[in-house]
Design a protein around this ligand. Structure first.
Ligand code: PLP
Length: 434
């Protein structure tokens, strides 16, 4: 083992060489050095604002739903490591991938039958888009190659996903002239429980009808839009999309990378609407936050359509496709989730978030407080001061990562009531000071 680096050495080398998400090089603020993590707590290598342990209010960006260092997931990884951590997927297969794909088909909405295992969420969206475009090409309708989405979305950082992210004020505005030009509907009216807005329903239907000849697919995040703005909408709009897509020969893609595996209170957010997409992406919580893996599922109609075409293959195959280590942990994570009363845990956390975040609505500068499933959001009327907000949360002993005008949390499902209350105090403090 090489000699351990001191926190100061780590920080200095990090600053010199390491690029962090959505940041300049070198970064504007030194990141905190995490030494280990267990349960819902991150252990820091040195104290920050008097804290050496932080409750993770972010689940490492929606992924660590069972918390860290979980004995069952550790055991699954260790067991697989002793057999093989990786083997190529071309011409070979193995039990972890077969089990995982079968399990995903079982637990996702009914007509989804085939699974493409990808190595990250963005890649699974690229694959979804490729499937849809190729489906229509194979059907002799090559003009159908555009996508329709609604504003306020986020689908990842590679090229096709960027083209369907919110085009204004979002992370990818810089590329608006370079990206493929897609069709954007207005943002869905806010509110999970709100009555569907008739004018908006008409707007969706008309836009799909108008562009149908060129549209390969509609792609949206069902019920909860994540990194595009943390907004919730009525499941009724998803049924409208399903109907309009069927009527006009357009495929429907649900990006459930953030919403999947229980986060919104249904195992998949499509369940709120009681419908199924033609193609669906999952990722993030798929491996319980242990390893990078995502999946694109599709119906037999889509798969058969592609395989009947002039080029009857899906030309995609990441080097680490179907990675056995990630697949084994994903199987264990899904079993762990479904083996407990996860609905009750998500509802319990949601109730704690409502209670703990309610006081935030009285704070000056707060525009809205909202909760869905185990997601809590405080929206400000100004851009958050990231440094001040982070400091305020760390002082409360909590890790948060606000962005734009949003201070938000999606705690691991194993967070107990006391820690949920602590997270809420931190969100309120961050909203006050940020
Ligand atoms: C995070 C996310 C992605 C991208 O996933 P990566 O694994 O970061 O590439 C795509 N869509 C949604 C809805 C996401 O939340």
């Amino acid at each position: 083992m090489p000699e351990a680096l001191s926190p100061a050495e780590l920080r200095s080398l990090d600053r010199a060489h390491v690029w962090h998400p959505y940041g300049p090089m070198p970064g504007r603020q030194d990141p905190l050095v995490v030494e280990s993590a267990s349960g819902v707590r991150l252990r820091l290598a040195e104290p920050a604002h008097g804290r050496t342990e932080l409750v993770d209010g972010m689940s490492s960006w929606w992924s660590a739903v069972h918390g860290y260092n979980h004995p069952v997931l550790n055991e699954a990884a260790r067991g697989q490591l002793d057999r093989m951590s990786h083997v190529m997927f071309g011409g070979l297969t193995h039990e972890p991938a077969v089990r995982l794909a079968t399990r995903l088909v079982e637990i996702t909405p009914e007509p989804l039958r085939h699974v493409f295992l990808a190595d990250s969420g963005s890649v699974s969206v690229e694959v979804a888009v490729k499937m849809c475009l190729q489906f229509w090409r194979s059907a002799g309708r090559p003009a159908k190659q555009r996508l329709l989405t609604w504003r306020g979305g986020y689908h990842g950082d590679t090229w096709q996903p960027m083209s369907v992210c919110d085009p204004e004020g979002g992370m990818h505005e810089l590329w608006s002239g370079v990206l493929p030009r897609q069709v954007f509907a207005d943002e869905p009216p806010a509110g999970f429980d709100a009555e569907p807005d008739a004018a908006y329903v008409r707007h969706l239907r008309e836009l799909i009808a108008e562009h149908a000849d060129r549209l390969a697919a509609v792609i949206v995040e069902p019920v909860a839009q994540g990194a595009g703005g943390m907004r919730f909408h009525s499941p009724a709009y998803l049924r409208v999309l399903r109907e309009a897509c069927d009527e006009h020969d357009v495929l429907l893609v649900f990006d459930e990378i953030a919403t999947g595996f229980g986060r919104t209170g249904q195992l998949f957010a499509a369940g709120h609407a009681g419908i199924s997409p033609d193609v669906m992406c999952v990722g993030k919580a798929l491996t319980g936050g242990y390893l990078t893996m995502a999946a694109t599922l599709c119906t037999s109609r889509v798969a058969e359509g592609i395989s009947r075409g002039e080029v009857p293959v899906l030309a995609h195959g990441p080097t680490f496709m179907g990675n056995p280590l990630a697949a084994a942990v994903a199987c264990a994570s899904i079993d762990l989730l479904l083996g407990q009363d996860w609905e009750r845990e998500v509802a319990r956390i949601g109730a704690g978030l409502w209670e703990g975040l309610a006081p935030a609505s009285e704070l000056p500068g707060v525009r809205d407080v909202r909760v869905l499933g185990a997601i809590g959001v405080v929206q400000l009327d100004h851009e958050v001061d990231m440094a001040a907000a982070t400091r305020a949360a760390v002082r409360e002993g909590v890790w948060l990562r606000p962005f734009r005008d949003l201070v938000y949390t999606m705690p691991p499902y194993v967070t107990d009531d006391e820690d949920v209350a602590r997270i809420c105090r931190a969100v309120c403090a961050a909203a006050r000071e940020g």
